[in-house]
Design a protein around this ligand. Structure first.
Ligand code: PLP
Ligand code: 3DJ
Length: 418
Protein backbone atom coordinates (compact mmCIF):
# COMPACT_ATOMS: atom_id res chain seq x y z
CA UNK A 1 0.00 0.00 0.00
CA UNK A 2 1.23 3.50 -0.85
CA UNK A 3 1.50 5.21 2.55
CA UNK A 4 2.07 8.77 1.36
CA UNK A 5 -0.37 11.55 2.23
CA UNK A 6 -0.86 12.06 -1.51
CA UNK A 7 -2.16 8.49 -1.76
CA UNK A 8 -4.67 9.23 1.01
CA UNK A 9 -5.76 12.35 -0.87
CA UNK A 10 -6.25 10.25 -4.00
CA UNK A 11 -8.50 7.86 -2.05
CA UNK A 12 -10.58 10.85 -0.92
CA UNK A 13 -10.82 12.16 -4.46
CA UNK A 14 -12.25 8.81 -5.58
CA UNK A 15 -14.57 8.41 -2.56
CA UNK A 16 -18.23 8.16 -3.67
CA UNK A 17 -19.34 9.17 -0.15
CA UNK A 18 -17.13 12.27 0.07
CA UNK A 19 -20.05 14.71 -0.23
CA UNK A 20 -21.70 13.36 2.94
CA UNK A 21 -19.00 15.05 5.03
CA UNK A 22 -20.68 18.42 4.46
CA UNK A 23 -23.91 17.06 5.88
CA UNK A 24 -22.32 16.92 9.36
CA UNK A 25 -21.83 19.91 11.64
CA UNK A 26 -18.21 20.76 12.25
CA UNK A 27 -16.75 18.25 9.82
CA UNK A 28 -14.25 20.20 7.73
CA UNK A 29 -14.61 23.29 9.92
CA UNK A 30 -13.64 22.43 13.47
CA UNK A 31 -10.23 21.04 12.49
CA UNK A 32 -10.87 18.00 14.69
CA UNK A 33 -9.65 14.63 13.57
CA UNK A 34 -12.62 12.86 15.08
CA UNK A 35 -12.06 9.13 15.36
CA UNK A 36 -14.73 8.35 17.91
CA UNK A 37 -17.75 7.89 15.68
CA UNK A 38 -18.19 4.47 17.28
CA UNK A 39 -18.91 6.10 20.62
CA UNK A 40 -20.84 9.24 19.67
CA UNK A 41 -21.42 10.06 16.00
CA UNK A 42 -21.22 13.61 14.71
CA UNK A 43 -24.36 15.72 14.48
CA UNK A 44 -26.07 15.89 11.08
CA UNK A 45 -26.52 19.49 9.87
CA UNK A 46 -30.27 18.83 9.46
CA UNK A 47 -30.80 17.74 13.06
CA UNK A 48 -31.29 21.15 14.74
CA UNK A 49 -34.00 22.09 12.21
CA UNK A 50 -35.73 18.74 12.66
CA UNK A 51 -35.71 19.22 16.42
CA UNK A 52 -36.85 22.84 16.08
CA UNK A 53 -39.78 21.66 13.97
CA UNK A 54 -40.91 19.28 16.66
CA UNK A 55 -40.41 21.88 19.40
CA UNK A 56 -41.87 24.94 17.69
CA UNK A 57 -44.63 23.44 15.58
CA UNK A 58 -45.61 20.11 17.05
CA UNK A 59 -45.01 20.84 20.73
CA UNK A 60 -45.49 24.63 21.03
CA UNK A 61 -48.48 24.88 18.69
CA UNK A 62 -49.81 21.36 18.29
CA UNK A 63 -49.54 20.46 21.97
CA UNK A 64 -51.35 17.28 22.89
CA UNK A 65 -52.96 17.11 19.45
CA UNK A 66 -49.53 16.17 18.06
CA UNK A 67 -49.77 12.79 19.73
CA UNK A 68 -51.73 11.55 16.72
CA UNK A 69 -48.45 11.57 14.79
CA UNK A 70 -46.01 11.08 17.69
CA UNK A 71 -47.72 7.84 18.68
CA UNK A 72 -46.42 6.15 15.52
CA UNK A 73 -42.88 7.58 15.62
CA UNK A 74 -41.19 4.59 17.26
CA UNK A 75 -42.35 2.20 14.54
CA UNK A 76 -41.98 4.75 11.72
CA UNK A 77 -38.30 5.29 12.56
CA UNK A 78 -38.02 1.56 13.21
CA UNK A 79 -39.23 0.82 9.68
CA UNK A 80 -36.66 3.25 8.29
CA UNK A 81 -33.91 1.39 10.10
CA UNK A 82 -35.35 -1.98 9.17
CA UNK A 83 -35.30 -1.33 5.45
CA UNK A 84 -32.43 1.12 5.13
CA UNK A 85 -29.91 -0.27 7.58
CA UNK A 86 -30.74 -3.65 9.12
CA UNK A 87 -32.02 -5.82 6.29
CA UNK A 88 -35.26 -6.42 8.20
CA UNK A 89 -38.91 -6.15 7.16
CA UNK A 90 -41.28 -3.34 8.06
CA UNK A 91 -42.91 -4.04 11.40
CA UNK A 92 -39.87 -5.79 12.84
CA UNK A 93 -37.99 -2.86 14.40
CA UNK A 94 -38.98 -0.48 17.19
CA UNK A 95 -36.97 2.51 18.43
CA UNK A 96 -37.45 2.76 22.18
CA UNK A 97 -35.67 2.88 25.51
CA UNK A 98 -31.92 2.31 25.86
CA UNK A 99 -29.92 -0.59 24.51
CA UNK A 100 -29.61 -1.88 28.06
CA UNK A 101 -33.37 -1.85 28.67
CA UNK A 102 -34.13 -3.32 25.24
CA UNK A 103 -31.65 -6.11 25.87
CA UNK A 104 -33.31 -6.83 29.21
CA UNK A 105 -36.75 -7.01 27.60
CA UNK A 106 -35.68 -9.32 24.78
CA UNK A 107 -33.52 -11.50 26.99
CA UNK A 108 -36.31 -12.13 29.50
CA UNK A 109 -38.84 -12.72 26.70
CA UNK A 110 -36.45 -15.18 25.03
CA UNK A 111 -35.68 -17.00 28.29
CA UNK A 112 -39.43 -17.36 28.93
CA UNK A 113 -39.75 -18.90 25.47
CA UNK A 114 -37.27 -21.64 26.39
CA UNK A 115 -38.82 -23.15 29.54
CA UNK A 116 -36.82 -25.87 31.25
CA UNK A 117 -33.50 -24.44 30.10
CA UNK A 118 -31.44 -22.81 32.83
CA UNK A 119 -28.29 -21.41 31.21
CA UNK A 120 -27.58 -18.03 29.62
CA UNK A 121 -24.48 -17.67 27.45
CA UNK A 122 -22.49 -14.51 26.76
CA UNK A 123 -18.95 -13.66 25.80
CA UNK A 124 -16.36 -12.59 28.35
CA UNK A 125 -15.50 -9.81 25.91
CA UNK A 126 -19.04 -8.43 25.58
CA UNK A 127 -19.72 -4.79 26.46
CA UNK A 128 -20.19 -4.50 30.25
CA UNK A 129 -23.87 -3.57 30.13
CA UNK A 130 -24.61 -6.77 28.18
CA UNK A 131 -22.77 -8.94 30.68
CA UNK A 132 -24.41 -7.18 33.59
CA UNK A 133 -27.91 -7.61 32.15
CA UNK A 134 -27.22 -11.30 31.54
CA UNK A 135 -25.91 -11.72 35.09
CA UNK A 136 -28.86 -9.84 36.59
CA UNK A 137 -31.47 -11.80 34.65
CA UNK A 138 -29.74 -15.08 35.52
CA UNK A 139 -29.67 -14.21 39.21
CA UNK A 140 -33.32 -13.17 39.27
CA UNK A 141 -34.42 -16.39 37.56
CA UNK A 142 -32.07 -18.82 39.30
CA UNK A 143 -30.23 -19.47 36.05
CA UNK A 144 -26.51 -19.97 35.44
CA UNK A 145 -24.29 -17.81 33.22
CA UNK A 146 -21.75 -19.44 30.94
CA UNK A 147 -19.29 -16.74 29.98
CA UNK A 148 -17.41 -17.95 26.91
CA UNK A 149 -13.76 -16.88 26.82
CA UNK A 150 -12.86 -14.65 23.90
CA UNK A 151 -9.53 -13.45 22.60
CA UNK A 152 -9.17 -9.75 23.48
CA UNK A 153 -7.88 -8.98 19.99
CA UNK A 154 -9.40 -11.62 17.74
CA UNK A 155 -12.84 -11.92 19.32
CA UNK A 156 -14.90 -15.01 19.94
CA UNK A 157 -13.91 -18.29 18.29
CA UNK A 158 -17.14 -19.91 16.97
CA UNK A 159 -15.72 -23.35 17.77
CA UNK A 160 -15.26 -22.35 21.43
CA UNK A 161 -18.79 -20.93 21.49
CA UNK A 162 -20.14 -24.19 20.05
CA UNK A 163 -18.71 -26.15 22.98
CA UNK A 164 -20.77 -23.96 25.34
CA UNK A 165 -24.05 -24.78 23.60
CA UNK A 166 -26.10 -27.70 24.84
CA UNK A 167 -29.67 -28.58 25.79
CA UNK A 168 -29.47 -26.44 28.94
CA UNK A 169 -28.85 -23.17 27.07
CA UNK A 170 -31.88 -20.94 26.71
CA UNK A 171 -30.41 -17.73 25.27
CA UNK A 172 -27.09 -16.50 23.90
CA UNK A 173 -26.19 -12.77 23.98
CA UNK A 174 -23.41 -11.64 21.64
CA UNK A 175 -22.16 -8.56 19.83
CA UNK A 176 -21.93 -8.58 16.04
CA UNK A 177 -18.91 -6.27 16.31
CA UNK A 178 -16.91 -6.47 19.56
CA UNK A 179 -16.78 -3.08 21.28
CA UNK A 180 -13.11 -3.28 22.19
CA UNK A 181 -11.35 -5.10 19.35
CA UNK A 182 -13.83 -4.51 16.54
CA UNK A 183 -13.88 -8.27 15.83
CA UNK A 184 -16.78 -9.16 13.54
CA UNK A 185 -18.87 -12.23 14.34
CA UNK A 186 -20.36 -14.53 11.71
CA UNK A 187 -23.95 -13.66 12.59
CA UNK A 188 -25.57 -16.22 10.29
CA UNK A 189 -23.34 -19.13 11.35
CA UNK A 190 -23.63 -18.42 15.08
CA UNK A 191 -27.40 -18.00 14.83
CA UNK A 192 -27.65 -21.33 13.01
CA UNK A 193 -25.45 -23.18 15.52
CA UNK A 194 -27.42 -21.78 18.45
CA UNK A 195 -30.72 -22.70 16.82
CA UNK A 196 -29.51 -26.26 16.27
CA UNK A 197 -28.86 -26.38 20.01
CA UNK A 198 -32.39 -25.11 20.63
CA UNK A 199 -31.26 -21.68 21.90
CA UNK A 200 -32.24 -18.16 20.85
CA UNK A 201 -29.61 -15.48 20.22
CA UNK A 202 -30.00 -11.78 21.06
CA UNK A 203 -27.50 -9.86 18.95
CA UNK A 204 -26.13 -6.50 20.07
CA UNK A 205 -25.63 -4.52 16.87
CA UNK A 206 -24.41 -1.31 18.54
CA UNK A 207 -21.04 -1.24 16.76
CA UNK A 208 -22.40 -2.83 13.59
CA UNK A 209 -25.46 -0.80 12.55
CA UNK A 210 -24.45 1.69 9.88
CA UNK A 211 -20.87 0.36 9.83
CA UNK A 212 -21.00 -3.17 8.42
CA UNK A 213 -23.57 -4.92 6.24
CA UNK A 214 -26.34 -6.25 8.46
CA UNK A 215 -28.93 -8.52 6.88
CA UNK A 216 -31.12 -9.77 9.69
CA UNK A 217 -33.62 -11.52 7.41
CA UNK A 218 -31.02 -13.33 5.31
CA UNK A 219 -29.02 -14.29 8.39
CA UNK A 220 -32.09 -15.78 10.09
CA UNK A 221 -31.72 -13.54 13.13
CA UNK A 222 -34.48 -13.80 15.71
CA UNK A 223 -33.69 -10.95 18.11
CA UNK A 224 -31.39 -7.93 18.15
CA UNK A 225 -30.81 -4.58 19.84
CA UNK A 226 -28.44 -1.67 19.22
CA UNK A 227 -27.53 1.96 19.84
CA UNK A 228 -28.48 4.78 17.50
CA UNK A 229 -25.94 7.34 18.75
CA UNK A 230 -22.85 5.75 17.18
CA UNK A 231 -22.76 5.19 13.40
CA UNK A 232 -26.43 6.19 13.13
CA UNK A 233 -25.69 9.67 14.50
CA UNK A 234 -28.88 10.00 16.56
CA UNK A 235 -27.22 12.07 19.32
CA UNK A 236 -26.29 11.51 22.96
CA UNK A 237 -28.80 9.35 24.77
CA UNK A 238 -30.78 8.67 21.58
CA UNK A 239 -33.20 5.76 22.02
CA UNK A 240 -31.99 2.33 20.93
CA UNK A 241 -33.58 -0.02 18.41
CA UNK A 242 -34.87 -3.50 18.99
CA UNK A 243 -35.65 -6.11 16.36
CA UNK A 244 -37.92 -9.12 16.72
CA UNK A 245 -38.43 -11.44 13.74
CA UNK A 246 -42.05 -11.19 12.66
CA UNK A 247 -42.79 -14.89 13.12
CA UNK A 248 -41.66 -14.75 16.76
CA UNK A 249 -43.47 -11.61 17.85
CA UNK A 250 -46.78 -13.16 18.90
CA UNK A 251 -45.00 -15.94 20.76
CA UNK A 252 -42.96 -13.59 22.94
CA UNK A 253 -44.07 -11.56 25.90
CA UNK A 254 -41.73 -8.95 27.29
CA UNK A 255 -41.41 -8.35 31.01
CA UNK A 256 -42.17 -4.63 31.33
CA UNK A 257 -45.92 -4.36 30.91
CA UNK A 258 -46.56 -0.76 29.93
CA UNK A 259 -49.43 0.96 28.20
CA UNK A 260 -47.51 1.68 24.99
CA UNK A 261 -47.34 -2.08 24.46
CA UNK A 262 -51.05 -2.48 25.07
CA UNK A 263 -53.71 -3.34 22.49
CA UNK A 264 -55.87 -0.24 21.89
CA UNK A 265 -54.01 1.67 24.59
CA UNK A 266 -56.54 4.50 24.81
CA UNK A 267 -59.28 2.06 25.69
CA UNK A 268 -57.53 2.21 29.08
CA UNK A 269 -58.55 -1.40 29.63
CA UNK A 270 -58.47 -3.17 32.98
CA UNK A 271 -55.67 -5.64 32.23
CA UNK A 272 -52.52 -5.87 30.15
CA UNK A 273 -53.16 -7.42 26.75
CA UNK A 274 -50.18 -6.89 24.45
CA UNK A 275 -50.82 -5.49 21.00
CA UNK A 276 -49.86 -7.77 18.09
CA UNK A 277 -46.62 -6.83 16.33
CA UNK A 278 -43.36 -5.25 17.40
CA UNK A 279 -45.11 -2.53 19.41
CA UNK A 280 -45.71 -5.06 22.17
CA UNK A 281 -42.05 -4.50 23.01
CA UNK A 282 -42.73 -0.82 23.76
CA UNK A 283 -43.13 0.26 27.36
CA UNK A 284 -44.01 3.90 28.05
CA UNK A 285 -44.09 7.32 26.40
CA UNK A 286 -41.40 7.57 23.70
CA UNK A 287 -38.75 10.36 23.72
CA UNK A 288 -40.31 12.29 20.84
CA UNK A 289 -37.53 14.86 20.45
CA UNK A 290 -34.80 12.26 20.47
CA UNK A 291 -36.71 10.15 17.94
CA UNK A 292 -36.73 13.09 15.53
CA UNK A 293 -32.93 13.16 15.70
CA UNK A 294 -32.67 9.41 15.16
CA UNK A 295 -34.88 9.76 12.09
CA UNK A 296 -32.45 12.25 10.52
CA UNK A 297 -29.48 10.00 11.25
CA UNK A 298 -31.19 6.87 9.94
CA UNK A 299 -32.18 8.61 6.70
CA UNK A 300 -28.61 9.73 6.09
CA UNK A 301 -27.20 6.24 6.56
CA UNK A 302 -29.88 4.75 4.33
CA UNK A 303 -29.17 7.38 1.68
CA UNK A 304 -25.43 6.66 1.73
CA UNK A 305 -26.10 2.91 1.62
CA UNK A 306 -24.71 0.46 4.13
CA UNK A 307 -22.70 -1.46 1.52
CA UNK A 308 -20.85 1.68 0.45
CA UNK A 309 -20.33 2.69 4.08
CA UNK A 310 -18.97 -0.73 4.94
CA UNK A 311 -16.59 -0.72 1.96
CA UNK A 312 -15.23 2.68 2.94
CA UNK A 313 -15.07 1.72 6.62
CA UNK A 314 -13.00 -1.29 5.69
CA UNK A 315 -10.65 0.79 3.52
CA UNK A 316 -10.20 3.35 6.31
CA UNK A 317 -9.39 0.50 8.69
CA UNK A 318 -6.85 -0.95 6.27
CA UNK A 319 -5.10 2.42 6.17
CA UNK A 320 -5.02 2.57 9.98
CA UNK A 321 -3.51 -0.92 10.14
CA UNK A 322 -0.91 -0.26 7.42
CA UNK A 323 0.22 2.99 9.06
CA UNK A 324 0.28 1.39 12.50
CA UNK A 325 2.54 -1.37 11.17
CA UNK A 326 4.85 1.11 9.46
CA UNK A 327 4.99 3.89 12.03
CA UNK A 328 3.82 2.68 15.43
CA UNK A 329 5.04 -0.91 15.74
CA UNK A 330 8.66 0.29 16.13
CA UNK A 331 7.44 2.19 19.24
CA UNK A 332 5.92 -0.93 20.75
CA UNK A 333 2.30 -0.20 19.73
CA UNK A 334 0.57 -3.39 18.59
CA UNK A 335 -2.57 -4.08 16.58
CA UNK A 336 -5.32 -5.28 18.94
CA UNK A 337 -7.95 -6.03 16.29
CA UNK A 338 -8.19 -8.86 13.78
CA UNK A 339 -5.64 -8.29 11.01
CA UNK A 340 -7.97 -9.69 8.32
CA UNK A 341 -10.25 -6.79 7.24
CA UNK A 342 -13.05 -9.27 6.56
CA UNK A 343 -13.06 -10.05 10.28
CA UNK A 344 -13.27 -6.44 11.48
CA UNK A 345 -16.00 -3.87 11.91
CA UNK A 346 -15.28 -0.21 11.23
CA UNK A 347 -13.02 0.49 14.20
CA UNK A 348 -9.43 -0.53 14.82
CA UNK A 349 -7.81 -0.88 18.22
CA UNK A 350 -4.18 -0.50 19.21
CA UNK A 351 -2.49 -1.77 22.36
CA UNK A 352 0.17 0.12 24.28
CA UNK A 353 1.11 0.24 27.96
CA UNK A 354 0.86 4.05 27.56
CA UNK A 355 -2.59 3.93 25.91
CA UNK A 356 -4.25 6.35 28.34
CA UNK A 357 -1.43 8.89 28.19
CA UNK A 358 -1.35 8.62 24.39
CA UNK A 359 -5.11 9.24 24.28
CA UNK A 360 -4.74 12.44 26.35
CA UNK A 361 -1.85 13.67 24.21
CA UNK A 362 -3.88 13.06 21.05
CA UNK A 363 -6.97 14.87 22.38
CA UNK A 364 -4.81 17.89 23.24
CA UNK A 365 -3.62 17.90 19.63
CA UNK A 366 -7.10 17.80 18.13
CA UNK A 367 -7.24 14.05 17.48
CA UNK A 368 -10.13 12.29 19.25
CA UNK A 369 -9.92 8.51 19.74
CA UNK A 370 -10.97 6.81 22.95
CA UNK A 371 -9.23 4.77 25.59
CA UNK A 372 -10.51 1.41 26.71
CA UNK A 373 -9.13 -0.49 29.65
CA UNK A 374 -6.62 -1.81 30.27
CA UNK A 375 -4.28 -0.58 27.52
CA UNK A 376 -6.21 0.13 24.33
CA UNK A 377 -6.59 3.13 22.05
CA UNK A 378 -9.68 2.73 19.85
CA UNK A 379 -9.85 4.48 16.49
CA UNK A 380 -13.34 4.67 15.00
CA UNK A 381 -13.17 6.60 11.70
CA UNK A 382 -16.89 6.69 10.81
CA UNK A 383 -17.10 6.33 7.02
CA UNK A 384 -19.89 8.90 6.55
CA UNK A 385 -17.73 11.88 7.46
CA UNK A 386 -14.12 10.77 7.91
CA UNK A 387 -11.60 11.28 5.12
CA UNK A 388 -8.58 9.12 4.38
CA UNK A 389 -6.36 12.16 5.00
CA UNK A 390 -7.95 12.54 8.44
CA UNK A 391 -6.78 9.03 9.26
CA UNK A 392 -3.35 9.76 7.80
CA UNK A 393 -3.00 12.99 9.79
CA UNK A 394 -4.21 11.36 13.02
CA UNK A 395 -1.78 8.49 12.65
CA UNK A 396 1.06 10.93 11.87
CA UNK A 397 0.18 12.81 15.04
CA UNK A 398 0.31 9.59 17.05
CA UNK A 399 3.65 8.71 15.45
CA UNK A 400 5.06 12.13 16.37
CA UNK A 401 3.78 11.94 19.94
CA UNK A 402 5.43 8.55 20.36
CA UNK A 403 8.69 9.73 18.79
CA UNK A 404 8.89 12.81 20.99
CA UNK A 405 7.68 11.12 24.17
CA UNK A 406 5.18 13.99 24.61
CA UNK A 407 2.64 11.60 26.12
CA UNK A 408 4.92 10.80 29.05
CA UNK A 409 4.03 14.10 30.74
CA UNK A 410 0.32 13.17 31.00
CA UNK A 411 -1.19 11.64 34.17
CA UNK A 412 -1.36 7.87 34.26
CA UNK A 413 -4.53 7.97 36.34
CA UNK A 414 -7.56 7.73 34.09
CA UNK A 415 -10.46 10.17 34.26
CA UNK A 416 -14.09 9.27 34.98
CA UNK A 417 -15.11 9.19 31.30
CA UNK A 418 -12.76 7.78 28.69
C1 PLP B 1 -22.12 -3.09 22.55
C2 PLP B 1 -22.78 -2.01 23.34
N1 PLP B 1 -23.98 -2.26 23.91
C3 PLP B 1 -24.62 -1.30 24.62
C4 PLP B 1 -24.06 -0.04 24.78
C5 PLP B 1 -24.72 1.03 25.59
O1 PLP B 1 -25.97 0.79 26.04
P1 PLP B 1 -26.84 2.01 26.58
O2 PLP B 1 -27.21 2.83 25.39
O3 PLP B 1 -27.97 1.36 27.22
O4 PLP B 1 -25.98 2.82 27.50
C6 PLP B 1 -22.82 0.24 24.20
C7 PLP B 1 -22.17 1.58 24.34
O5 PLP B 1 -22.39 2.36 25.21
C8 PLP B 1 -22.17 -0.76 23.47
O6 PLP B 1 -20.99 -0.53 22.91
N1 3DJ C 1 -22.81 5.37 25.65
C1 3DJ C 1 -21.76 6.06 26.12
C2 3DJ C 1 -21.93 7.00 27.16
O1 3DJ C 1 -23.18 7.19 27.63
C3 3DJ C 1 -20.84 7.70 27.64
C4 3DJ C 1 -19.60 7.49 27.11
C5 3DJ C 1 -19.40 6.56 26.10
C6 3DJ C 1 -20.47 5.83 25.66
C7 3DJ C 1 -20.30 4.78 24.65
O2 3DJ C 1 -21.07 4.70 23.75
C8 3DJ C 1 -19.20 3.82 24.82
C9 3DJ C 1 -19.22 2.78 23.74
N2 3DJ C 1 -20.45 2.03 23.69
C10 3DJ C 1 -18.09 1.81 23.79
O3 3DJ C 1 -18.06 0.95 22.96
O4 3DJ C 1 -17.21 1.90 24.62
Amino acid sequence: MDLTRAAAEALDAADPLAAFRDRFAGAGEDGLLYLDGNSLGRMPVETPAALARVVEEEWARGLVRSWSSWVGAATRVGDLLAEGVLGARPGEVLVADSTTVDLYKLLVAAADARPGRDVLVCSADDFPTDRYVVAGVAQARGMTVREVPADADEGLDPAVLATALDERVAVVVLSAVAYRSGALADVAAVTRTAREAGALVVWDLSHAAGAVPVDLAADGVDLAVGCTYKYLNGGPGAPAFLYVRRELQERLRQPIWGWFGQRDQFAMGPAYDPVPGVERFAVGTPPVLALAAVEVGARLVAEAGVDRLAAKGRALGELVVALADAWLAPHGVALASPRDPARRGAHVTLASPSAWQLTQALVDRGVVPDFRTPDRVRLGPAPLYTRFVDVWDAMACLRDVLASGAHEGYPAERSRVT
